[in-house]
Design a protein around this ligand. Structure first.
Ligand code: MG
Length: 251
């Protein structure tokens, strides 16, 4: 069942979204050659806790950190740790914040120093595919209208969308119904209604769409070793344009 959020719930989700986005920005601002992914994790956690929120991911199904940090051919769910970012890497930072029982979930891909033109284009296409997708995130459209728009844009640009992991409803649970795939035919799935809150998150590979999970049970990588990028925001469906919830707070 897809939950329609009340005005009060939406208010809390806006707070949670701003906190998650502030943490994503703080970790992203530190990205540079030589910094460890653990330092990024610490920075994000500090921001989240500074707002009186909790990292949604810490302990989620046993996940050991506050953010996911996935490097280069890693797609999602990488562990922060001792790895020092190197010039030319791309790093995906995925952050969730739980504020008074409601979650904000967002991710972005950051360049470490100078990166290749292909890597830069991959990051830009991934980000834009989110915006192409949310053009269809309006009351009356169906879930897979978003999916289709993401896939079409990504493939038109010569990249592929990951199929094994999908976007999702978000609210009092980090992952709620419906699933929001980044591929598929339009006109399928639930009809969107104002008050639904969704995490739209294209995961885009420079090569094939196939991925595998490492033996740590979490880290997902591309099978062909190609680069992967990720971009995510939590959004609110309205009667008009969707509202992006995961935007940094206005100071
Ligand atoms: Mg998510």
């Amino acid at each position: 069942m897809i939950k329609i959020k009340s005005t009060h719930e939406i208010k809390l989700m806006q707070e949670a979204g701003q906190i998650a986005a502030a943490a994503r920005a703080a970790a992203g601002a530190l990205v540079a050659p030589g910094i460890t992914t653990r330092e990024l994790d610490n920075a994000a956690r500090k921001v989240i806790e500074g707002f009186g929120a909790k990292p949604s991911f810490l302990g989620y199904n046993g996940f050991p950190a506050s953010i996911c940090c996935s490097i280069n051919h890693q797609v999602i769910h990488g562990f922060p740790g001792k790895y020092k970012l190197q010039e030319g890497d791309i790093v995906k930072i995925d952050v969730g914040a739980n504020y008074m029982g409601y979650h904000g979930d967002c991710a972005d891909t950051f360049a470490v120093g100078k990166i290749t033109e292909e890597a830069q284009r991959l990051i830009e296409v991934t980000r834009q595919s989110f915006y192409e997708g949310i053009k269809l995130a309006r009351e009356g459209q169906r879930v897979s209208d978003i999916s289709h728009a993401v896939q079409e844009y990504v493939e038109k640009n010569g990249f592929s969308v990951v199929r094994d992991y999908v976007g999702h409803g978000v609210g009092s649970e980090l992952h709620e119904a419906p699933e929001v795939p980044n591929y598929g035919n339009p006109g399928r799935g639930a009809r969107l209604v104002a008050g639904m809150t969704l995490a739209i998150e294209p995961m885009v590979n420079a090569g094939g769409y196939q991925v595998k999970t490492l033996r740590d049970g979490w880290t997902v990588e591309t099978v062909d070793g190609s680069l992967s990028a990720h971009y995510e925001n939590s959004i609110l469906i309205t009667k008009g344009d969707p509202i992006i919830l995961t935007v940094p707070p206005v100071k």
